[in-house]
Design a protein around this ligand. Structure first.
Ligand code: CA
Length: 228
């Protein structure tokens, strides 16, 4: 799950990014309206967290542009405690939810998960394939109902593959979902995570297989055994 944070308070960016990454989200952050807009044009985010008072203008301008363009990405706006007008205006323009500053990290995470779980949101609460269950809320993967140890990146890869079970997932889609702008993607890093993931699945006797389609991407199928 890739999130965009448009906020100009460095301390807030730091703590929110840390808190969100800890629970498995990938976060891109920008401090201006202009940069936020450019990011939205190049990446499809799962949710956008939008501050309203930005150095180059009001976050609501960006929100209203998005909605006019038919972009229905969930948007959570961050408002000041006394900003009742902003809140109402934001919800009228098409914000999905708002959070008053200052807020607790747990609340931000809970609100984002709630947005992602809405009909049409990116997050179903549970994915299954063969004997593998992925609880996307608790961020836990179980095989035959036994939780397994798995790294954040591997979990991200598995989630994308399970969401598109039986379909080809292009490699660049996986890279896109796994890495933020400021993280370097080495050419073989997706392969490395896939290979570790395969070993884990095999060791835990998962009844799913990840196939490599050379030069194209990956496909998850419901069958046991090593890659065929
Ligand atoms: Ca601000």
């Amino acid at each position: 799950m890739r999130l965009l944070l448009v906020e100009d308070n460095e301390r807030l960016i730091e703590s929110a990014t840390l808190g969100l990454e800890r629970v498995g989200f990938t976060v891109d952050s920008f401090t201006t309206l202009g940069e936020g807009e450019a990011a939205i044009e190049s990446v499809r985010y799962d949710t956008i967290i939008l501050d309203l008072g930005l150095p180059d203008g009001d976050g609501l301008v960006l929100l209203s542009k998005m909605r006019l363009n038919g972009d229905s990405t969930p948007v959570l706006i961050l408002t000041a405690r006394d900003g009742v007008d902003d809140r109402v205006k934001g919800l009228n323009i098409g914000a999905d939810d708002y959070l008053l500053k200052p807020f607790a990290m747990e609340e931000l995470v809970a609100r984002i998960r709630a947005l992602l779980r809405r009909p049409g949101g990116a997050l179903g609460s549970s994915l299954t394939a063969g004997n593998v269950t992925f609880d996307t809320t608790a961020r836990e993967v179980s095989i035959d109902e036994k939780a397994i140890n798995i790294s954040r990146r591997e979990m991200g890869v598995l989630e994308q593959l399970m969401r598109r079970k039986g379909r080809v997932v292009p490699k660049d889609v996986l890279e896109d979902k796994l890495y933020g702008f400021d993280e370097e993607v080495t050419s073989n890093s997706v392969e490395v995570h896939i290979s570790r993931l395969r070993k884990r699945l095999l060791n835990a006797e998962a009844s799913i297989t990840i196939h490599t389609l050379r030069g194209v991407g990956y496909l998850l199928s419901e069958e046991s055994g090593p890659e065929g």
